[in-house]
Design a protein. Sequence first.
Length: 442
Amino acid sequence: MTANDPGVNALEPYWMPFTANRAFKQRPRMISAAQGMHYITPDGRQIIDATSGLYCVNAGHGQPAVVAAITEAAGRLDYSPSFQFAHPQAFELAGRLAALAPGDLDHVFFASSGSEAIDTAMKLALSYHRARGEGQRTRFIGRERGYHGVGFGGISVGGIPANRKMYGAALGGIDHLATTYDRARQAFSTGEPEWGGELAEELNRILALHDPSNIAAVVIEPVAGSTGCIPPPKGYLERIREITAAHGILLILDEVITAFGRLGHTFAADRYGIVPDLMTFAKGVSNGAVPLSGVLVRKGIYDAHMVGPEHLPELFHGYTYSAHPLAVAAALATLDLHRDLGLNGRAADLETPFAELMMSLRDEPGVLDIRPVGLMCGIDLAPKGGAFGKRGYEAMERAYHDHDLYVRIAGDTMVIAPPLVATGADLAEIRDKLAVTIRASA
Ligand SMILES: Cc1ncc(COP(=O)(O)O)c(C=O)c1O
């Protein structure tokens, strides 16, 4: 192909991720700028961002302090080797994150994406057990409908069939807890559903099957996000923490979406009063402006690795872009913003009005369930003509083209997770635009 070939769609070379490429290239949804609560299209339309991009722009788009921090870092230190060398801001950020994290989650391993963070956490679980002489602990337990990114570790503990089926056996030695979602018992619950806490006991059944001494870790999202926002039933996460702790099994809490205010706290762990052993974060940490992710690690896990000859790395793992200077600068500025704008408190204050606005969509055509928690909500739409995902796709298209609304879909579920800087008027606008979109796609 050459650029001048007649008839070649200029959009063709870019193989878009998690995208219906052929449909997109026939009728593209382009975004060329962003500011505050809005995306701006090439033809100048302002589109309200109902999902903070992909749950990452929690402080709103184009925050001047974040832009300035990235610009300054780019001019001062474009890149610093992450192996055997470091730059001072990386330590500053690690210290600030450790101070924010609950319990003795005192150490941070940096990466760039959520997928890398999960694979890192899984590797740390294995190396920790091995360092302690329990190298037989190699099995992991994930959950149906869980999403932990697209690395082989993440898809293996993840429970989204379409993300797994083309990729062979992936990692062996993995079991899955059942999803906690049962529409018949929980539909239209606000926040954590009353029903379903007892499903945590299923973990004991899986442990008995393999013997707990063979299990390395349980990997779980506090709120299952990408599958369509499934809040944990009351008591569920607390019980999972109790069972894992009782058997020396690590709990990896995947907070890639939930960290940094989405649930009205810095971490979901704070909302549920639990301290995991390893906690992943990404997205909101740098407001989505430069990719940054990481794993917060309990002190004992770090300490267990600090053995062997002092001139050799204690852990043979890391990324070229771990603690990249631009990403770290973006994150430091983002943490300042969270503090100065009181974003956790803002999200907490908005939780009830947001839930009420979302629930007011209940009588729109074909709405099967609405699940608000924090500043996040899944809305299930009845599929159209028996074709999974068709209605959801149409809703997303119409939202962009006809109603100036950006909303993320998962199959026939719309996931709403607005920036935490949204005003009451922004949330009301999102609600009204969702209403016309749902009607238009019915
Ligand atoms: C809970 C969770 N874990 C991991 C990931 C993967 O993150 P990334 O796309 O940055 O690899 C995501 C992405 O949405 C996520 O929601």
